[in-house]
Write a protein that binds this ligand. Structure first.
Ligand SMILES: NC(=O)C1=CN([C@@H]2O[C@H](COP(=O)(O)OP(=O)(O)OC[C@H]3O[C@@H](n4cnc5c(N)ncnc54)[C@H](OP(=O)(O)O)[C@@H]3O)[C@@H](O)[C@H]2O)C=CC1
Ligand SMILES: O=C(CO)COP(=O)(O)O
Length: 334
């Protein structure tokens, strides 16, 4: 459905995904206030219509997109807020805002990570800190890399909300020449699954870095799907088909694409980089690094069998040698 009234939207975040989403929204009748934290990046976008730090080939339509570095100002008068910073930085990004600033707004998380200090999904954290009712929250999921959006490659998003009319409204903002968007209601299942596929991508990267091949990765990914299902069903029991693109599709793109931040980070670890040197090597954030700690800790209460998550946790947080941890894992995969 074409948007007849202009929609006013706040985009929070200046990285690759925020830039790609701004590009998608600019295809529609949406006027965007785009919050970034770096004044120099904001100034560059205003002057030249490109983000100098991420996806710098993307042309920003500065008639529709107004850039600002003051978070309160960016929230003024908008109907929708899209959150697109890594989960570890969400509290930094929203500092200075109070629950009143969220009143009446539809809040959309495009984040696929856990808030580390709280071990919470982003939607739970936002609801708790800013009193946003669950039915006003939604998430953007699906196998979709920012780099391919920049190239206008055909892509698919899934929008999940407890309120499916709201999910449809958000989907409608994002449908364009090269993006299809489908509304669904399994917000928690999809949000957890999107977090966990990043941990699996780390494992895929680590094994690649160690020299394992496609035969092993196929087994790793199919075991991973079962691990995700066990965990998500334990936390939010609901009938769900995990072969859908928001679950399996997102796992596959992250596990196999050279664009994947998590897979790249894992590959560096498998090759022997330290965590600090792998982080320094990448200009981008691998959410799985934070997520594996949260999911591992949450699972201490649930006791779900999660050998892949445990192997990645031990490598990243207990200094286990990748070779040894993967030797243990390979014995339990089937
Ligand atoms: N990239 C993708 O293809 C996709 C990403 N996502 C999700 O989107 C989210 C954002 O990822 P992505 O855009 O890739 O990340 P990037 O690594 O591209 O960008 C990181 C962003 O975080 C900002 N940042 C870093 N430190 C802080 C801080 N202390 N306070 C506030 N902001 C900070 C950076 O700002 P600065 O430049 O100023 O350092 C930058 O804007 C993640 O949850 C990711 O999983 C989801 C789907 C696809
Ligand atoms: O979630 C994403 C694509 O759907 C992005 O994460 P990665 O870059 O790690 O693949």
């Amino acid at each position: 459905m074409k948007l007849t009234q202009p929609i006013r939207l706040t985009m929070v975040g200046g990285g690759s995904w925020a830039t790609a989403l701004v590009k998608i929204l600019s295809e529609n009748n949406v006027s965007v206030k785009w919050w970034l934290r770096k004044a120099s990046d904001a100034e560059h976008i205003r002057k030249f219509g490109h983000n100098p730090s991420y996806l710098s080939d993307v042309q920003i339509n500065t008639r529709k997109v107004k850039v600002c570095t003051k978070i309160r100002e960016s929230f003024k008068d908008s109907d929708y807020v899209i959150l697109a910073v890594p989960a570890a930085f969400i509290s930094d990004a929203l500092r200075g805002l109070k629950p009143d600033h969220f009143t009446g707004k539809s809040v959309v998380s495009a984040i696929k990570g856990m808030v580390p200090e709280a071990n919470q999904l982003v939607t739970d954290w936002v609801s708790e800190h800013y009193n946003v009712p669950n039915e006003r929250m939604s998430v953007i999921a699906g196998p979709c890399h920012a780099e391919e959006v920049a190239l206008e490659k055909q892509s698919y998003l899934t929008i999940a909300s407890q309120d499916t009319d709201r999910a449809e409204d958000v989907a409608n903002l994002l449908r364009c020449r090269f993006v299809q968007a489908t509304p669904v209601d399994d917000i928690y299942g999809i949000e957890y699954s999107a977090v966990m596929k990043n941990i699996i991508a780390l494992a895929c990267g680590i094994t690649r870095g160690l020299g394992y091949g496609d035969n092993f990765q196929a087994v790793l990914v199919s075991n991973a799907m079962q691990e995700i299902k066990r965990f998500v069903d334990a936390i939010y029991p609901k009938h769900r088909d995990l072969s859908g693109s928001a679950y399996l599709g997102d796992l596959l793109v992250t596990a196999y694409s050279p664009f994947s931040r998590n897979r790249t980070f894992g590959t560096l670890i498998g090759r022997g980089y330290t965590i600090q040197s792998a982080q320094a090597e990448m200009n981008m954030i691998a959410e799985g690094y934070y997520a594996v700690k949260s999911i591992y800790e949450i699972n201490q209460q649930f006791g779900v069998d999660m050998p892949i998550t445990e192997a990645v946790y031990k490598i990243l947080y207990e200094k286990a040698a990748p070779t040894g941890a993967m030797n243990v894992l390979k014995e339990v995969l089937t």
